[in-house]
Design a protein. Structure first.
Length: 291
């Protein structure tokens, strides 16, 4: 198994080298500075812990207008034996068109032979197939703009995890929420709870980004959708994205494996008009102490 993972990671690095030669300009190919070195360290000592999964973004420019389309790539350790997680996004596309584009991209990649490197193929597919979506978007822009002005949809998403500890994961959560203009909170510890609220498409993208590729103990417990003819900001229950931590029950030593004080959490929810969510998250009715 370890040898197979090693072979897959070696292929991933070869593909990165190929992509860097295809996109040499500043801003075209973006990945964390330590992403490649961490894989190289693992390849030198495969007995150590697996490196973080390789994640990068490729900026493409489509059509005569050179509309920017960003391809977000997240590679499982066993890629190319298993499919990559790919997501194409552009500010020039409406949410439904972007969803359809990604559905077709996923279908195309799944039709390829397993075991073959396919990010370059995905890049070419996005270049060849995004233009019709952009043209349709431009043709309907006036109607779409009126619809956006008339109605907007606020979505509030309640996400439950067995626990949230790792600093790398917490950074990903906060960075993604900030990028997508989402408010809410992340409750660190055991259990872990995330609430995000904002435009519906942004909440759905947040859920897509954080759940993949291998966060096993996570589920979206509840979703609230509220349509408004005004600004969604008037419907927000939170004014920022908070780092929520409460006093833990007990001391579990170096593991830092602690249960959060759910009484304090219930009080926090009630202060934000969300006390009913406690039962949805935990399956029991929350009760505050009289003290």
């Amino acid at each position: 198994m370890a040898a197979t993972v090693k072979e897959c990671l070696e292929l991933q690095l070869l593909e990165v080298e190929m992509l860097l030669s295809m996109f040499p300009k500043r801003g075209e190919f973006s990945l964390d500075a330590d992403a490649v070195p961490s894989i190289q360290r693992y390849l030198r000592n495969a007995a150590g812990a697996l490196p973080p999964q390789l994640e990068y973004r490729i900026a493409l420019h489509v059509g005569e207008a050179k509309v920017k389309v960003e391809l977000q790539v997240l590679l499982p350790h066993m890629y190319p034996q298993v499919a990559p997680q790919l997501f194409a996004r552009s500010d020039a596309l409406h949410r439904q068109q972007q969803l359809e584009l990604n559905t077709r991209l996923t279908s195309h990649i799944s039709s390829l032979d397993p075991g073959d490197l396919c990010v370059c193929e995905a890049v070419q597919w996005v270049k060849d197939n995004t233009l019709p979506f952009l043209e349709n978007c431009q043709a309907s822009s006036e109607c779409a703009a009126k619809a956006v002005r008339a109605k907007e949809m606020l979505q509030r998403m309640w996400i439950y995890s067995h626990h949230i500890y790792r600093q790398e994961l917490r950074k990903k959560i906060f960075d993604c929420a900030k990028k997508l203009n989402l408010t809410g909170f992340c409750l660190t510890g055991k259990p872990g709870v995330i609430c995000v609220e904002g435009l519906q498409g942004n909440c759905e993208e947040f859920w897509h980004v954080i759940r993949y590729p291998s966060w096993k103990h996570i589920s979206c417990k509840h979703v609230e959708n509220i349509e408004t003819e005004g600004s969604i900001d008037n419907l927000r229950l939170f004014h920022s994205f908070e780092d929520l931590q409460f006093q833990a029950h007990g001391d579990y030593g170096l593991r830092n494996d602690y249960h959060m004080d759910l009484g304090q959490f219930l009080e926090f929810l009630k202060q934000h008009q969300s006390g009913h969510i406690f039962q949805i998250l935990f399956g029991v009715e929350g009760k505050l102490s009289d003290n």
